[in-house]
Write a protein that binds this ligand. Structure first.
Ligand SMILES: [Zn+2]
Length: 103
C-alpha cells in the first residue's frame, strides 16, 4: 500500500477519498480516530491518511492533483449537457464529462 494523501482535517481526507472513488480507485482510510490522540507521534503522523494499492498510486496522485487544480467553491456547468454541478464533483454525473477535460 502507498500513502497518497493526508490532511489535518478528516473532511479533506473524506473528500480526497471521494475523488479517488470517482476515479475508480479504492482507498483505505487510516488514522481516522487517532487524530487528537496524545503521544510521541509527530503531528502529521496522526493525521488521517489515504492508502491505495501500489499499482494505483500514480493514477491516484493524478486524480488528486486534478481535483486540487479544479476551482473550489464554485459550481460549474457541464459543457456537454448543461448540467450544473457542485464544486466537489470533478466529473458530470449525468454524462461523465470530466471538468478537467475543459482546461
Ligand atoms: Zn454532462
Amino acid at each position: 500500500m502507498k500513502r497518497v494523501f493526508r490532511a489535518a482535517s478528516l473532511l479533506q481526507v473524506a473528500h480526497a477519498r471521494n475523488v479517488l472513488l470517482s476515479a475508480g480507485i479504492q482507498s483505505e482510510l487510516r488514522n481516522q480516530y487517532l487524530a487528537g490522540a496524545l503521544g510521541d507521534l509527530p503531528m502529521m503522523e496522526t493525521w488521517p491518511q489515504l492508502y491505495v494499492d501500489d499499482g494505483d498510486e500514480q493514477v491516484a496522485l493524478r486524480a488528486l492533483a486534478r481535483a486540487a487544480a479544479a476551482p473550489v467553491g464554485a459550481a460549474w456547468t457541464c459543457e456537454d449537457c448543461g448540467e450544473v454541478l457542485e464544486p466537489q464533483f470533478t466529473s458530470c454525473w449525468r454524462c461523465g464529462t470530466s471538468v478537467s477535460d475543459k482546461h
